[in-house]
Design a protein. Structure first.
Length: 235
């Protein structure tokens, strides 16, 4: 009896090309044809990095101060590009990854940074976090390649004694550096980072009215920290 041999061919699995970060330098985005990302409603958002073997990277919108990931997706209309932010008049440790909201590269300068959900703080990944967590190695290598950071800074960040680096609070690298505060919150947490030390400054009940048991303030303000040098008079 003649047996008929049947062959089954497995269809090749198609992999959808993921959004790719080709540069984190705003001035080079046009020449390197950086694509606009749409992260609206994503949780997490998956992407790749040019020159990195790791695939894919994934990133979340909100990270709880205690390290847990929340269930909040990226807001609607979250379209734009990742870039590295560092003010020239601030220390190198103040650099951070941000996301600029813009519909095209031509609108980058007029766009605004993506903000966090519970306060007027830009969404960010600090150079401290990028240097210390191996999962961001591809992004860190791109920063080094584009000379946005140097190897000495990365070594300094890695040598700092480990403390919790994530959280929804502003980062400062010097006391007189201004940052935004939400007056509706009773507490204030600020991350102070230098080249050799990281400290989370906690100010409990700073905007809390104990008599009324509520926070009587609303709105946001720019503030700075400073030492108050009191003069002690001896009578």
């Amino acid at each position: 009896m003649l047996k008929k041999k049947i062959l089954f061919h497995r269809k090749a699995k198609r992999h959808r090309s993921r959004p790719c970060i080709g540069t984190l330098t705003p001035s080079q985005m046009t020449s390197k044809e950086q694509k606009i990302f749409d992260m609206s409603g994503r949780m997490p958002f998956h992407f790749s990095v040019s020159g990195s073997d790791r695939l894919p990277f994934h990133i979340y919108y909100y990270i709880h101060p205690r390290g847990g990931l929340s269930s909040h997706p990226f807001p609607s209309n979250t379209r734009g590009v990742f870039y590295y932010y560092h003010r020239h008049d601030h220390p190198p440790v103040s650099g951070e990854l941000r996301f600029r909201l813009c519909k095209s590269l031509e609108q980058f300068d007029e766009g605004q940074d993506l903000m966090l959900r519970d306060g007027p703080v830009p969404w960010n990944l600090s150079i401290y976090t990028l240097s210390r967590d191996k999962k961001w190695e591809g992004l860190l290598n791109l920063l080094l390649e584009e000379q946005l950071v140097d190897e000495e800074l990365v070594r300094d960040m890695k040598s700092i004694r480990m403390q919790r680096s994530q959280g929804q609070y502003p980062w400062i690298s010097m006391l007189d550096q201004p940052f935004i505060v939400d007056l509706a919150k009773p507490h204030l947490n600020v991350a102070l980072l230098t080249r050799h030390e990281f400290r989370l400054l906690r100010f409990q009940n700073i905007f809390w009215d104990a008599d009324k048991e509520l926070s009587p303030y609303t709105g946001t303000v720019f503030v700075t920290l400073f030492f108050n040098q009191l003069t002690i008079l001896s009578l």
